[in-house]
Design a protein around this ligand. Sequence first.
Ligand SMILES: N[C@@H](CCC(=O)N[C@@H](CS)C(=O)NCC(=O)O)C(=O)O
Length: 375
Amino acid sequence: MSRKLLILLLVVLLATMALAACGGKKTAAPTEAAAATSAPAATEQTAAQPTEKPAMQEGEGTLATVKARGKIICGVNQAVPGFGFLQPDGSFAGFDIDFCKALSSAVFGSPDKVEYRPLNAKQRFTALQAGEIDVLIRNTTWTLTRDTELGANFAPTTFYDGQGIMVRKDSGIKTLEDLAGASICVSSGTTTELNLADQMASRGIEYTPVVFETADETTGAYLDGRCDAYTTDKSGLVARQSMFPTPEDHMIMDETLSKEPLGPVVRHGDDQWFDIVKWMVFATFQAEESGITSQNVDEMKNADDPNIRKLLGVEGDMGAKLGLDNDWAYNIIKQVGNYAEIYDRNLGPNTVFNLPRGMNSSWKDGGLLYSPPFR
Ligand SMILES: N[C@@H](CCC(=O)N[C@@H](CS)C(=O)NCC(=O)O)C(=O)O
């Protein structure tokens, strides 16, 4: 049997297995765990993914591919308002989307050279591995397994989150123990599914996971009363609650089940592109720390502070070291803003979410955001 035929057979077999294991029916098998322990996740994930021409050609770095194509293909969420959301007019908006834009500004000097590729949780790593996207910026948690077996390289965390649980206010459920015997709606291919299983097992609490592939299906089932609770990242809970017909009837429990550091992800094997994505994020942190905003960035070019001058490309050729123009970070700040501007635009006091910065503050304000030196 030829190698090609064998691979084809394997893909068909895995696709059948994947279809059998998901699709909105009750299952207790955490799909990502299965992926991580049984076979290289690439094969498991490929099964769920339509085959498309890879975005990246062999022998080329991602930067060269992206430049030749004239746009970045950014893997995103379409269902989480405030983070990654497909709006009625067909455009994408949110905190994660702004980091796709910032990358576009760094590479092209314009925030609009992006093709957004909506992906559900299960599809995302396959799409990244197969070269169908250049970067994944989609409420994705950094874990050891993803960093290794899933072939992912995580850029700095842009949003420190934790897993929460939502229940109906009138349910009287307040603690994890109150969820004994409950059914809990959760999305497949997520850390959420795995953490829930771990936490409940370690406390000896019996429950029924009801697993779906998309946020719409998961929250739909919860709202239809098919589950007593709904769990995901706390950011996701707040985001999805904003879409409920009567948000005030639901509450997020105090309990935080996990650490969910969310940030951009690239493929293993392209250090230059990884560096670009990392420093794109750091530029937004550093700009906030240095008091540089989209409004004052032009004046700031005249600053005496050598660090600011290097960041803004006035001296030091920092952009050239990344393979970019020296005004790459200037363009990010001018066109998309510093971290605080990005946060406030999407999640801040003037939005329905009004999420306190908390851990997502600059280290100077007691938070975790810290950029290495621009030198
Ligand atoms: N941060 C977690 C969860 C991310 C996640 O995909 N959450 C779901 C639940 S809200 C989601 O965003 N689904 C959107 C969709 O696929 O429609 C992870 O990386 O596994």
